[in-house]
Design a binder for this molecule. Structure first.
Ligand SMILES: Nc1nc2c(ncn2[C@@H]2O[C@H](COP(=O)(O)OP(=O)(O)OP(=O)(O)O)[C@@H](O)[C@H]2O)c(=O)[nH]1
Ligand SMILES: [Mg+2]
Length: 331
């Protein structure tokens, strides 16, 4: 996951402390003019290198090759990507500025007496500290963003992906757990308390990803807050096939009518992929009624409980995706 390995960002105080204490140590190892030069070089290098490393640890949000639109939108739902980019560019500015200060004072520390050199060196330190303090808030924001983004679950937006939607208790997780080999890990996204489930299965040697979306695609769009809505639009970049699971027995606690409205809303939003309507729990007596089943206009009927049709549904999703793996060496 692209935000997983972001290092912690130092605060401005931490960075200044580190730079100046290392500089003092470097100065103690030498004497005279050389001590002053060495102090300046150490402090300036630590500051400019550390600040540059803060920036280069992040992917470049301006390039789609660096940040897939799925992750861009997820990130933007959690932190403000424009503000983050602004902060990163301020930090880059400060890194360059530290190098400039180094160059500017380097010449002043040559061919002069030690006292004057010390005065210039102190002046340079004051300016370096000032630069780092100026970007204090940016460093804090970058670190907050890193903490908010680093634990996102591992979803590979380039893998063929089936997204499972539907009201709570209709059997989404039962289905995902049934068709994925290892028990799919659930990991929490900050915008849902429920955790997004990610599982995998193989079909004809191709690995598919299947994503369970409790707390997100489980209720009418008008009930979603802004962050949830943005998370749903991120999922649009992820889904290659959408399965809307219905519980016609309404044992889940939601009337079929509401479930169908959700299905229609999802079909309207995810209009570039195949949306399949799946009637689950057909083992239950309440649904042994052809009128009910035809009213739903379901593409498939299944029972995760008995296993009836589960493989069929999965096969239909795979067919709908019609994934062509990219072959190496093909133009
Ligand atoms: N009779 C019957 N019960 C089922 C079937 N599939 C799931 N259930 C039951 O329905 C209940 C809810 O199943 P879950 O898989 O947790 O539903 P969910 O959609 O993941 O629910 P949320 O995570 O709350 O959104 C559980 O008690 C399941 O055992 C089925 O095919 N038939
Ligand atoms: Mg569930």
């Amino acid at each position: 996951m692209i935000f997983e390995d972001l290092p912690t960002t130092p605060t401005s105080e931490e960075l200044i402390d580190k730079a100046f204490s290392r500089a003092a140590r470097a100065g103690r190892a030498k004497g005279g003019l050389e001590a002053q030069q060495s102090m300046l070089q150490t402090a300036a290098n630590i500051i400019s290198d550390n600040l540059e490393n803060v920036v280069t640890a992040w992917p470049d949000f301006a390039y789609e090759d660096d940040v897939h639109p799925f992750y861009y939108e997820i990130a933007d739902a959690i932190v403000d990507v424009d503000e983050l980019r602004q902060s990163l560019s301020e930090v880059m500015w400060a890194s360059r500025k530290a190098r400039e200060i180094h160059e500017e004072y380097q010449s002043k520390l040559r061919k002069t007496d030690v006292d004057t050199a010390r005065k210039h060196r102190k002046q340079a330190f004051a300016r370096l500290a000032d630069i780092v303090e100026q970007i204090g808030d940016d460093l804090l924001y970058i670190n907050e963003s890193r903490n908010d983004l680093r634990d996102l679950p591992d979803i590979d937006p380039d893998e063929p992906t089936i997204v499972v939607a539907g009201y709570p208790n209709v059997g989404k997780s039962s289905f995902v757990n049934d068709v994925t080999s290892a028990r799919g890990e659930t990991a929490s996204y900050p915008f849902t308390t429920r955790g997004i489930g990610v599982g995998h299965f193989e079909h004809d040697h191709i690995r598919y990803q299947i994503v369970d979306t409790p707390g997100l695609l489980d209720r009418p769009p008008e009930e979603r807050n802004e962050i949830e809505s943005q998370a749903v639009s991120a999922v649009e970049h992820l889904a290659d096939c959408m399965l809307v699971v219905l519980d016609p027995s309404a044992e889940c606690g939601y009337p079929l009518e509401s479930q169908l409205e959700l299905r229609d809303a999802i079909a309207a939003q995810f209009d570039t992929v195949t949306v399949l309507t799946i009637a689950n729990k057909v083992d239950r007596e309440e649904v042994w009624n052809d009128d009910l089943l035809s009213e739903m206009d379901a593409d498939y009927r299944m029972s995760v409980e008995t296993g009836e049709n589960v493989e069929h549904v999965l096969g239909a999703a795979v067919d709908a995706i019609d994934y062509e793996p990219e072959l190496p060496f093909e133009g």
